[in-house]
Design a protein around this ligand. Structure first.
Ligand SMILES: Nc1nc2c(ncn2[C@@H]2O[C@H](COP(=O)(O)OP(=O)(O)OP(=O)(O)O)[C@@H](O)[C@H]2O)c(=O)[nH]1
Ligand SMILES: [Mg+2]
Ligand SMILES: [Zn+2]
Length: 335
């Protein structure tokens, strides 16, 4: 297994709560040179299911990690019983540096920020075209979270057997977000799975969206049953029996990538988002921010972008889209 991430002592120290601030840290930090590397597949009440080589190993966090939590997608180092046998429990002693983080706050008023998934490079924003009705505000918020966290967005519009995608596609056209439209019947013959798969090859994709939009249906169509069984976790589909997904779960694609199913969300709190990071997703507008006041929100009267667009340097629809996304941070969900 390849070596994941670098770990510096500084990194560990910063994360460790040390209220007295005077504890000698070397004495409480044992060396774990023989630690094995793994990836977190799912987390359930403090128990982490990890993939170590080709074994599924149950683990818990070592005390020395303090409050730092490992999440799905994290590259970790483990010690202890790594056999993967029943009733064994390994310990996670390090969490690797993350290449990306998908964060959300439960609500904008809730300052408590949680990392949902680590190290994903793509965010599949799943929206049903009907049942439940599409909620553009939620899509916008997921887009902002993707841009902020360094993930590339992919729009997945499901249930096109129930309603057409035209209106939504028009709305997101200016953003240039790649998209794929699926219908239920296509899953039976595997056509939709193939089409979606094209966007996922060799990448780690987190699927997010409202409950009941079809995330688990998609993930299950993409990952063969024997691979799904690997984790020992069943990700059943929501039907009349209500099999709503309750925790994030990473599953391997046969093409080498990963898909991460996540529980449905009602809202996507964006307390932590920096406008300066969101604008990086609009490279055609970045140069226009040169005349902005310091710490410009890019949604205020003195913003330099209005003049820049008026001078014809960029498409006004792009500025409109950027502002619409930035504005979702201020509005409450459901407005
Ligand atoms: N008509 C139609 N129904 C679909 C389609 N995709 C999924 N469904 C149905 O939608 C329901 C919900 O699907 P799930 O895959 O469980 O939804 P989910 O997004 O995983 O839901 P949570 O786990 O609660 O977040 C199921 O009854 C599926 O059979 C589709 O393309 N068309
Ligand atoms: Mg689900
Ligand atoms: Zn500005």
């Amino acid at each position: 297994m390849r070596r994941y991430g670098k770990h510096t002592d500084e990194d560990d120290i910063r994360q460790r709560p040390n209220p007295k601030g005077n504890r000698p840290r070397t004495s409480i930090r044992p060396k774990h040179e023989d630690a094995a590397e793994g990836m977190v597949l799912t987390v359930d009440r403090g128990r982490l299911t990890c993939l170590v080589d080709d074994r599924v190993v149950m683990a818990m966090k070592a005390r020395e990690l303090g409050r730092k939590a490992a999440v799905v997608g994290d590259r970790v180092e483990l010690v202890g019983d790594l056999s993967g046998k029943k009733d064994t429990l390994a310990r996670i002693v390090r969490i690797g540096e993350r290449t990306s983080v998908l964060r959300r706050t439960a609500d904008d008023d809730d300052p408590f920020e949680r990392v949902v998934v680590a190290n994903a490079d793509q965010l599949a924003i799943v929206t049903a075209l009907a049942d439940p009705e599409p909620r553009p505000r939620l899509i916008d918020r997921c887009l902002v979270a993707a841009y902020d966290g360094g993930l590339e967005p992919l729009l997945v519009l499901t249930k096109s057997d129930l309603a057409p995608p035209d209106q939504l596609l028009e709305m997101y056209g200016a953003l240039g977000v790649p998209y794929v439209v699926t219908t239920h019947d296509e899953f039976v013959d595997g056509v939709a799975a193939d089409r979606v798969h094209e966007h996922l090859k060799g990448r780690t994709t987190a699927f997010v969206g409202h409950s009941g939009v079809g995330k688990t249906t998609l993930v299950n169509a993409l990952v063969p049953k024997d691979r799904r069984r690997l984790t020992g976790v069943v990700n059943a589909v929501t039907g009349r029996g209500r099999h709503t997904t309750t925790s994030a779960l990473a599953l391997p694609l046969s093409s080498g990538g990963w898909v991460i199913d996540t529980p449905g969300v009602r809202s996507f709190g964006l307390n932590h988002v920096e406008p300066s990071r969101v604008i990086l997703a609009f490279p055609d507008l970045v140069a226009g921010t040169e005349n902005c006041p310091r710490a410009c929100s890019h949604d205020e009267p003195d913003c330099g972008l209005d003049a820049w667009v008026e001078e014809g340097h960029a498409d006004p629809a792009r500025l409109y889209s950027l502002r619409r996304l930035l504005a979702t941070r201020e509005r409450r969900e459901g407005d």
